[in-house]
Structures are given as C-alpha cells and as structure tokens.
Design a protein around this ligand. Structure first.
Ligand code: PLP
Length: 835
C-alpha cells in the first residue's frame, strides 16, 4: 500500500505490468470485476450476453499481454515477416479457441462452475465471424492458427465486413437469405487502432511532373479519398505465449467530405457521400468460386491491398526512413487467390510515386516480395476486370499495369521471337470489344512464387491454365497441399476423442505434431480401444442427431450410417449425384429390394450463392426428397434425409465428429483441394470420393482399402467431352432410368409442376460439364460397398481409426512449414518474456 509515487517508475509501469494469474481464482476475480464494474450488471441480470462479455474480457486480458510480448519480439531489427492478404477470413467463434490455446479450458470451466454460469450457454452467445464464403476463407483462418502455433511472424490482413456471409433460412424448401449483422452486439475480440488509419485513393487522374532534382515523376490527383481504419483481432498460438494479429480494415469517410457541399447547403447530399465511402466494407460478396464483376468488389480489393501495403511501408519507413535496400529481404506478401492482386501495381505505385524509387528498383522489390496462391481451375472464377472500370476507378494503377505488360511482352518476344499468338495469349490485357485485365496473369508476372493447393491441382495448373507461364518460368511454380488446424478441428471440436487419443499416446504432443496420430494404428486391433473409439463416435452421433432434430425436425437413429455432405452448393461438387443415390435407395425400399439393408441417415448442408439459380434449385430438390422420404411409413427408420440450414464453422464443429461417411464426390479435376474432406478424416469418418483435389492424397495416406473410390479420372473427364451421351447411359442403366422417371414424373413435386425440369435437363444435357450421369453407376457400386462395410462394425471401427491415424499430413502445421521452407523463409520467433 505504501508504494512510492515516483514519476519515473510510474512512467515505465504504464505499459509494464506483472503477468496476470491463470488460476481459477484469478479468473473468477476478473470475471466479477468486469461483470460488475465494466458492464455494470447486478443480480437482476438474466441475459447470458453480459456473462459472455465478462468472460471474453477476462480472457482477452491474458491475450493482450502475450500479444504485446509477441509484437516486441517481431519489432526487433532483422525479423523477416510475411503478410497474408485475403478478402476472406472465416474465423468462426473465438472463445473456445482462446480457452484451448491459452491452456485455460479446464480452469475457465471450473471458474464458471464456481460462479454458477453454464459455459455452453455463454459460448453459444458468440456470433460466428462469418467473413468468408467457404474453403478459401476457412483456409486463411486455419493458416493463422498454425502460424501462431509455429511462432512464425505472419500477420493476416483482411476486411472488416459489417455484414458477413448471409444467414440461410429454408422456407418451403427454398433458400432465403437474411443479412448477418454480426457486429450488432459489439465484438469484444477486436481492438480498434485509429492511430494507424490509412488514406485510400479512388478516381481522379495521373499527372506527370518534374521533381526538385529534375526527374520525371507521376502522381495521382483529383482523387476521392476514403479512410481505412484498422481493427486488430488476436490470434493465439497453442500453449506457447505467441499471439499474432489479424488486422481488418473498415472504410470511413474523410473529414473533409462535407466541406464544399456543407457550405452550399447540401448537407444531406454530403452525408450520403459519407455513406458511399463506408459502403466499401459493408458486405461480403457471397459468391464462392465465381466472380461477379461488380464495381464495388474491385473497390474492396484495392482498398484491402492499398491499406495493407501502406501499413507495412509505414512501419518500414518508421524504422529505416527511405532506405528500401533490405525491404524484399524482410517482407513477403502471400496473395490468397487473385482477389488482393491489385497489390502488385499498388506496391509499384507506392514505391515510385510516394517513396521516389525508380521503376527497376521498385520492380525488383515487388517481384521479390509477392507470392500468389491459385485456388481454382473453374473458368467462371478467373477474375477479369474491364480496362474501362480500372481507368475510371484506379487510373494510376492502370498506367502501371500497362507498363508491366509492355515490359513483360518484350520478355515473351525475346523468348519466343515472332510468336505473336503467344504474346496475345499471355498478355495481361485480353483484347476484344471490351478489353479486360487478366488478374491471374498480373499476379503470376508480379510474383516469385505461384502455387496450387493440392498435387493434382498444381499439376493441372502447370499443364493447362498456366502452361505458357510454366514454360517461361518453371522455377516459380510449386505445390502446397492444404490442411486444417488440428486445434479447432480435433482437439476442440471433439474433446472425447481428443481425450482418448491423449490417453492412448501418453500425452497431448499430437496436438502440435499430428503425425504422431500414426501410432493409433498400433491400437487398431485392440478390442478395448476399438470399443472406446466406437463409443466416442456414438456419443458424437447422438450430439449431431439432437442438432438435426432441433434444426430440421428429423429424427436420426444413431445406429444408422451417418452419411454427410456439407459444403457450398455448387454443380461441380455434385450434391445432385448424392440426391440421385438417395432417390435410388428410396426406390429400392419402395419396390421391396431391401435384403440386408443398412439403415442410413443422409445429411446435406450448404449455402448457394443468391444469384445461382441451379444451386438453389438443388436445395429445393433435397428438401422435397427429404419431405417424401421422411414421411413415407414404408421407409421408416431405414432411410432419413435432412437438409441442415445455415451451414457454417460452428455447425461443422458438431457435424464432423458425428459423421461416419464423408461425401467428396466432385467431378474429377474441379475441386482444387477440399478441406472439409480433411476435417472428416481427422474425426474418424471414412470417405467416399473421386480422384479429385486432396482426396487423392488422403487415399494415398490411408490406403485404398480404407477409402471408397469411384468415378472417372480428371484425364477421363477431359477425354469424354464432345462425345458424352447421357441419354444412352440412362437408357442402359435400369436404376438410373427409374430414378429419372421418379424425378420426371413429378413424384417429389406433386403440387409444384416442372420445378425440377431444369435439373433433369442438366443431367440429360450432352454438354453437362459435371458428368453426373457418367459417374452414377460407379457411385452406386461404391455406396453398396459402404453398406456392406458398415455391417461389419468391427472392421468399420478399424477403418475409422486408421483414417484418423493417417490424417497427420493434413494439419496446416505441415502446410505452413511447407510455405515457410519454400516461400516465406521466416525464423520462428518466440515472444519476449513477460515482465
Ligand atoms: C471446411 C469448410 C468449408 C470447405 O469445405 P469443402 O468441403 O472443402 O468445400 C466450407 N465451409 C465451412 C464452414 C467449412 O468449415
């Protein structure tokens, strides 16, 4: 109590505090403090919202001190850093992850018990941070978790969308969309950092001038500016004291927005200009694997690229002034798809126009710091922006893109003299009535590394889409097979299984070294272990069944096979093929072909892009089939079908542990990697799948005998184009013909005539790119093998164990080590010790 009030000591102690306690008592004390003082609640408060907030504040303090220690370590001279630029981060909930990674899961549970709070109820209060569409955004989130766990100095940069991925409701079997106002109740995980606000230009024109030393320079003038305000989210590593940063940008109007118009009396007009500025970060575009060419989307992309680069450059010049000699040695930008690829011309602009570098110096820096990850081969996903739009929105960037292209085409013509066709093909500008900027080519030309996300995908990129570039620069191209974080996708979401694994392996080292799971294979023949493994799966199935009961009103019996397909709804992912199989099973039951039947519960979930007609119609079909099947007394418990609305990260945390069979049935060559497949495998599901994306590597790891393979290969798919005859296939296949007759006779749409015609027409179309009919028979036969296999529970459990045991490769810890070894070359950097 008699501490000296010495100003010198106090000044130092402003930010230097002793570490916070991690015991139950410390948590209880802080919780009470926040609940009572900060939030001002008392014993009358019944809402779990405030208890949730008090708990977050308690944990956030523990993150805060580690965050600072991590920052101090990274600020040290000589620390090379990487920046992950992504328009999407599908983070899900943060509370459970923070408790797990801080090693406070047990103490928090006990502290809440002491205070009479139900931890599950509190946790359910958190909105998912749904700032992504699907795989690409979730991958970014898993990467951040692994980088923090590996203590790699990697920072994420993204957009703080006011509205994340829409909430999906099912109304009369149709998808309807509702805005996801996830920030409405505040977000206690974020920390606003207005002191690092950046200014972003749009519009205007380029002006050339002579500098004081007589050098010709360019500047971007008459612009409409928008401010970018950063909000930081802590990203804790697992049990290691590291807390990395995800920095999300929010758009705001500049202060001067109103001056001119305010004085002329147009106050409301000037306020609506303010809205236009703030619209940039209002909403996430809900298209997965397809671009939509909207002007606002390009604004978002440039906004992210410019704000993030300026932020990094500001820290650099703060330390080094105008000396950029070492910049490329100390910084690296990973572009998550082409979405942030404006970063290439923007870094050129900042280095030249703002920091005064010459072209060659700026180009050396840019092309040695950018690395590009491609995520899809689908032509509809390849971003192209009209030159006219660039000219209007980002005129200075267009100048720079033209200059990059001019110099690049000289290189092409040196390599292939006189090959004008090659120059036309490789140009960053696609000529035509409406010339377009090819963003993927811009990203390739501006990067030192180009990678695909699974072996097959990377090979197809080199042989197909990017073959000209591969010929020119083979050394740029590499593969980085995706993964998922074992913290969220096993240790956290499946605590019972995690406990069993930890006991069996004699410790929890597997959580950060997933290859250790391979030792589970030694126990795959131990009856006691198998019995426990099976019991855990049954418990998780019961938890999933109760979720399906509440959300869908469908009763799943946990003795049945749980057959699950959850992912974005897309033709290439072939939810249609799945539902054709369901209709076939129903048809068999109806005609009494039910010898040795294996009861099945089929669960399908996923969102369709609001403008994707066929995808939405597929959802309607699934719901109509479910309605007929579930209400037919002749079917009973032998077949159940449910569509779970509003699929997202938190639902997947319950779905993956309770799944027996994982459906990964895309047309070969179309799914770049898939990551849902990995989450299921890790949780002991078996896969039925095609030779596509990472399925190939999953099958390699687990062995052919523990994987249900079917379907055409990517090569066979290509070879079939041009002479595909679905009518002949349907005619020749009695089972498929019956399924089509059921569909076409209106059996599932008695009061909604013709609504499924677009789907049956798509299946019968000789130009069906997804070849649904071609793979039907193979799929059916593989499903029969599944049925037989499931009846031998002993062997099924063995296969389930082997799937989890062989999932070590698919940890993002491995993926991040691959990126770091080949691309980033960062030193693991532990935080400075807490005082
Ligand atoms: C993992 C995940 C995905 C990706 O699933 P795929 O089957 O690889 O398409 C999409 N959405 C969510 C919410 C996920 O957790």
């Amino acid at each position: 109590m008699d501490k000296p009030l010495d100003p010198n000591t106090l000044r130092d102690s402003l930010t230097e505090l002793p570490p916070l306690g991690m015991d139950i008592f410390d948590l209880v004390e802080d919780f009470r403090h926040y609940y009572t003082y900060t939030l001002g609640r008392d014993r009358h408060c019944r809402s779990p919202h405030y208890a949730y907030q008090a708990l977050v504040l308690t944990l956030r303090d523990r993150l805060m001190e580690r965050w600072k220690s991590t920052r101090y370590a990274y600020e040290a001279e000589g620390c090379r850093q990487a920046f992950y630029l992504s328009l999407e981060f599908l983070m899900g909930r943060a509370l459970g992850n923070a408790m797990l990674n801080l090693d406070l899961d047990e103490n928090t549970a006990l502290a809440m018990q002491c205070l009479g709070q139900d931890l599950e109820t509190l946790s359910a209060n958190e909105h998912d941070a749904g700032l992504g569409n699907g795989g690409l955004g979730r991958l970014a989130a898993c990467f951040l978790d692994s980088c923090a766990t590996l203590q790699l100095p990697v920072m994420g940069y993204g957009i703080r969308y006011e509205y994340g991925m829409f909430r999906q409701n099912i109304v009369n079997g149709h998808q309807s969309e509702e805005p996801d106002h996830w920030l409405r109740d505040g977000n206690p995980w974020e920390l606003a950092r207005p002191e690092y606000t950046m200014r972003i230009h749009f519009g205007g024109r380029t002006e050339f001038y002579r500098s004081a030393t007589g050098v010709l320079r360019a500047r971007w003038v008459d612009t409409n500016d928008v401010l970018a305000i950063p909000y930081d989210i802590p990203v804790p590593g697992y049990h290691n004291g590291t807390v990395n940063t995800l920095r999300l940008w929010k758009a705001a109007a500049t202060d001067e927005f109103d001056l001119g118009e305010f004085n002329s009396g147009l106050y409301p007009e000037s306020v609506s200009d303010k809205n236009a500025a703030e619209n940039i970060t209002m909403v996430l575009y809900p298209n997965d694997s397809s671009e939509n060419g909207k002007d606002l989307r390009l604004r978002q992309q440039y906004f992210l690229a410019s704000a993030s680069l300026q932020d990094v450059l500001q820290r650099w010049t703060g330390q080094k002034g105008g000396d950029f000699t070492d910049f490329a040695a100390k910084n690296c930008f990973q572009l998550n798809d082409t979405h942030p690829s404006c970063a290439v011309p923007e870094l050129m602009r900042l280095l030249m126009d703002v920091h005064g570098l010459g072209w060659d110096e700026a180009w050396n820096i840019t092309s040695q710091t950018m690395a590009y990850t491609n995520h899809t081969l689908l032509p509809e996903a390849l971003e192209r922006w009209p030159v006219s739009l660039f000219k209007r929105l980002l005129p200075r960037l267009l100048d720079i893109i033209y200059e990059i292209n001019g110099r690049f085409l000289v290189e092409v013509s040196r390599r292939w003299p006189g090959d004008h066709e090659r120059q036309r093909r490789m140009s960053l500008i696609e000529e035509g009535p409406q010339p377009q900027v090819r963003m993927a080519y811009l990203a390739i030309v501006g990067s030192f590394s180009v990678n695909g996300v699974a072996e097959l995908h990377s090979r197809l990129l080199q042989q197909g889409l990017f073959s000209d570039f591969y010929e020119l620069w083979p050394e740029k191209f590499n593969n980085k097979t995706n993964g998922v974080t074992p913290r969220r996708w096993l240790a956290w979401c499946n605590p019972e299984l995690a406990q069993l694994i930890t006991e069996t392996l004699g410790g929890n080292a597997w959580v950060t070294d997933l290859q250790l799971l391979s030792r589970l294979a030694l126990s795959a023949d131990d009856p006691a272990f198998c019995a426990r493994w099976r019991q855990v799966k049954q418990d998780n199935k019961a938890r999933l069944a109760s979720l399906v009961q509440t959300r869908c009103g469908v009763e799943f019996n946990i003795e049945a096979l749980f057959d699950v397909q959850v992912k974005r709804i897309h033709e290439y992912k072939r939810q249609l093929l799945n539902i054709l199989h369901v209709i076939h099973l129903y048809d068999r039951l109806k005609r009494g072909d039910d010898d040795n039947w294996t009861p099945r519960c089929v669960l399908i979930g996923g969102k369709a892009a609001p403008g994707y007609f066929l995808a939405k119609r597929i959802i309607k079909l699934i719901n109509n089939v479910a309605e007929v099947v579930n209400n037919d007394p002749a079917v009973g418990d032998r077949l159940k079908v449910a569509f779970i609305p509003n699929y997202g990260v938190s639902l997947m945390e319950i779905i993956a542990p309770g799944t027996d069979l994982s459906e990964q049935i895309s047309t070969a060559g179309k799914e770049a990697s898939g990551t849902g497949n990995m989450k299921f495998m890790m949780n002991g599901a078996l896969t039925i799948g095609t030779l596509d994306g990472a399925n190939i590597e999953i099958r390699e790891e687990v062995g052919d005998e523990n994987f249900f393979l079917f379907g055409l290969t990517a090569e066979e798919v290509e070879a079939l184009r041009g002479h595909y005859d679905p009518h002949a296939i349907i005619e020749a296949d009695e089972d498929l013909a019956r399924v089509m007759r059921l569909l076409e006779s209106g059996h599932f749409n008695q009061f909604e005539p013709e609504i499924f015609d677009p789907l049956t027409r798509a299946i019968r179309n000789p130009h069906d790119p997804w070849l649904v009919a071609a793979d039907f028979r193979g799929y059916l036969e593989a499903q029969k093998l599944v049925d037989i296999a499931y009846q031998d529970q002993e062997n099924w459990v063995r296969m389930s164990i082997l799937n989890a045991a062989c999932s070590g490769k698919f940890s993002t810890d491995r993926t991040m080590q691959d990126y770091n070894r080949d691309i980033w070359k960062l030193e693991p950097t532990p935080p400075v010790p807490m005082v």
